[in-house]
Design a protein around this ligand. Structure first.
Ligand code: ASP
Ligand code: MG
Length: 464
């Protein structure tokens, strides 16, 4: 039995959804489908909370918008008559509940983590019902089971939960195996589970990949297939490097490193539940389902090329904390990082020298981070500086750290194009080397590296 994950990116546009239905009808019987919310719905649910908090008069229109989105798809994929009626009845019930939650939130004038998780979990509930109904209406045996009803148990941490695998495995096997044995297509909404106390807890944004991995591990599936609207992992972003190639196979660690970058093919935590069981993940293109895609295994098979991919991220900024002797005054780093954490700012990486701490932050966090540190008294630094027009470049490949000369080859290639490297991080990850360049140098940098490591002279990995 397989677990198949269908993401929100594939659940948009009537044509796409029809394609997905055909694919699931053909390949889904006897398997579990973990499904995301329709594209854009989780954002609507979350934005709705702020609107509802401000003004209860906004609530009916939030609900109307959500209803319209689903009805529009339902009209297209469900025949008129009993299936359509049943779906809209369920939809209305769900939306009634949701409406009450929004009013509750307005009444208490507070968005608690608990209510935020319940509200944001509605997208997956609605899509699972919709897609399962559409298949059912086509004569297939399709059904769905809600994670909180079948015992997908979490540690109860709102917004960033972790599944309890042993308990979940017991519960899911008991509840789902009988359905699968009958050859049914079983949908499980992704993104959330339930704590032992009965609280709905989400796995964080983009968390249905993680859900799918949890379900796959719990059910001891033969494989986790992730169906996406892209061909798989690529050796570079094809918008920058048109000759970028598909990566046919990569290791857990390589996939995890790459998940922080551009294409964001998988949520970084997807690997976690699978590691122990060494379960493979196949990334498949819904537009081209017979293509091989990318296979992720616990260890990468011996590849002809050490470097799998050169990835980049432009949503990045550096906050430089200048202070003499920071290397000898560890308290400075602690104060700085505690202050940022208290302000909900994630530090992606840190590089320290004797005179400066360079903090790598998401672009959106830089102003908030700057102001948080500005407010510190007494000031643990001499000067703060924001560096914003930078891009993070990563070269990823298992064994890269152990092979001599890789860094040299990389930086020589970049230097030949007169690119100045702003900051280097080599060591924290076994499989990646990171550095920063100015945005204006990004294209040149990617070209230099891609042509050095993926030149026509050496055949691409896999094509031997
Ligand atoms: N629907 C959720 C989100 O948008 C989870 C997911 O799609 O993975 O974050
Ligand atoms: Mg996703």
């Amino acid at each position: 039995m397989k677990v198949i994950k269908i993401g929100g990116g594939s659940l948009k546009g009537k044509g796409n959804i029809q394609d997905i239905l055909a694919l699931v009808a053909e390949r889904g019987p006897g398997h579990i489908i973990v499904i995301s919310a329709l594209s854009g719905i989780t954002d609507m649910l979350i934005d709705g909370m702020t609107e509802a908090l401000r003004d209860d008069a906004a609530i009916p229109s939030i609900i109307r918008r959500l209803k319209n989105k689903h009805i529009l798809v339902a009209r297209h994929i469900l025949p008129t008559g009993k299936f359509y009626q049943k779906y809209t009845r369920n939809l209305n019930d769900h939306l009634d509940q949701l409406e009450r939650l929004y009013y509750g939130l307005n009444f208490t004038k507070e968005i608690t983590p608990k209510i935020a998780d319940v509200i944001s979990s509605f997208g997956e509930r609605l899509s699972a019902d919709l897609i399962a109904s559409a298949l059912h209406s086509r004569g297939l045996q399709a059904t769905y089971r809600m994670p909180h009803k079948i015992g997908l148990i979490t540690d109860g941490k709102f917004g960033d939960a972790t599944a309890n695998l042993p308990i979940t495995a017991r519960n899911l096997q008991k509840n789902l195996l009988p359905l699968l044995k009958k050859g049914m297509i079983v949908f499980v909404p992704g993104f959330f589970g339930v704590s032992e106390r009965g609280d709905i807890t989400t796995f964080g944004r983009g968390g249905s990949d993680y859900s799918a991995a949890v379900v796959a591990a719990a059910m001891d599936a033969e494989i986790l297939e992730v169906w996406k609207d892209v061909p798989g992992y690529m050796s570079a972003d094809p918008r920058f490097i048109p000759e970028a190639q598909l990566i046919p196979s990569l290791s857990y660690d390589e996939a995890a490193e790459l998940s922080y970058f551009g294409a964001k093919i998988l949520h970084p935590r997807t690997i976690e539940p699978l590691r122990k069981m060494k379960l493979n993940i196949a990334v498949k293109d819904t537009m081209n389902p017979d293509a091989s895609g990318s296979l992720i295994t616990s260890r990468s098979p011996k590849a002809r090329r050490l470097i799998k991919s050169v990835a980049h991220d432009t949503d990045i900024a550096i906050l430089k904390v200048h202070s003499s002797g920071v290397g000898a005054r560890p308290g400075v780093l602690a104060r700085v990082s505690i202050t940022l954490t208290e302000n909900d700012i994630n530090i992606k990486s840190v590089v320290t020298s004797q005179t400066c701490i360079s903090l790598l932050l998401a672009g959106k966090d830089i102003d908030k981070g700057y102001h948080a540190l500005k407010g510190l008294r007494p000031r643990p630094y001499r000067r703060l500086e924001k560096v914003q027009d930078v891009a993070l470049v990563g070269i990823v490949g298992e064994g890269l750290l152990r092979r001599k000369g890789i860094a040299g080859k990389c930086f020589t290639a970049v230097a030949k194009r007169s690119v100045n490297i702003e900051m280097i991080s080599f060591g924290p990850s076994e499989v990646a080397l990171y550095f920063l360049v100015r945005n204006q140098d990004l294209q040149k940098t990617l070209e230099a590296i891609h042509s050095t490591f993926f030149s026509a002279l050496s055949p691409p990995v896999g094509k031997t």
